[in-house]
Design a protein around this ligand. Structure first.
Ligand SMILES: [Mg+2]
Length: 226
């Protein structure tokens, strides 16, 4: 069995900007900090907990407390839900994503997992809003680890347990961010880029789709990507 690990924001749902806005809103609400650098590629590690840690150490010299992180996560989810009522169009799927996941999950030789740098309940909300099916207990989130490499590792571990396999024949990562492609390169994992054509090309990404409307094309990449 092979495993496909998907990022969420701007990979399955077009929620990159919305996720960022809701995250920043929650940070300033819980920690009362402002003027935050919003280019995540400037951060040492790109997971929710790593970004939060770096913001707070820079602003106050102290890392966040556990309780504060959970308050922030609750505020973030609430922000997402309110935003989805006001601006549902911001929660659209990347074209073809729901159909692609439905078809992929029907294939007996592929397992699927989600690796989001953001929070798990937020990711579940976005996927459900866009009607994209996913394996419930195969979500690795940015609240669980500091690095993207650990995030992928957690997704693989969860998928092994859910699908009851000791190892996967092959694991492919699918994502849109510079951190997604760098992480896959660091681990030596096949990678398929989504969107961001110039970023993908300038970083030598060999396998790339604009979205998931060409299903046979994407499935072909899944089997050929090395
Ligand atoms: Mg993304």
């Amino acid at each position: 069995m092979k495993l496909v690990i998907f990022d969420v924001d701007n990979t399955l749902t077009n929620t990159g900007r919305t996720d960022q806005d809701c995250f920043l809103q929650a940070v300033s609400y819980v920690f009362n900090v402002k003027e935050i650098d919003t280019d995540w590629s400037h951060y040492k590690n790109v997971t929710a907990i790593a970004i939060l840690d770096q913001i707070l150490r820079t602003k106050s010299g102290k890392p966040p407390r556990k309780r504060e992180v959970s308050d922030m996560r609750d505020a973030f989810l609430l922000n997402l839900k309110e935003r989805s009522k006001k601006r549902p169009a911001e929660f659209a799927e990347v074209p073809g994503a729901a159909q692609m996941m439905t078809e992929l999950m029907k294939k007996g030789d592929y397992a699927t997992a989600i690796a989001t740098g953001s929070f798990a309940d937020g990711a579940a909300f976005k996927l459900e809003f866009a009607k994209i099916p996913y394996k419930k207990y195969c979500i690795a989130s940015g609240a669980e680890c500091f690095t993207r490499e650990e995030l992928i590792d957690i997704a693989v571990t969860k998928a092994k347990s859910v699908y009851g396999v000791a190892n996967f024949e092959k694991v492919v990562s699918v994502g849109d961010g510079i951190w997604d492609l760098k992480t896959a390169a660091n681990i030596g994992m096949p990678f398929i880029g989504v969107g961001n054509k110039s970023l993908m090309e300038s970083n030598g990404v060999k396998y790339w789709v604009n979205d998931f409307r060409d299903l046979p094309g994407f499935f072909n990449l899944l089997s050929t990507a090395v």
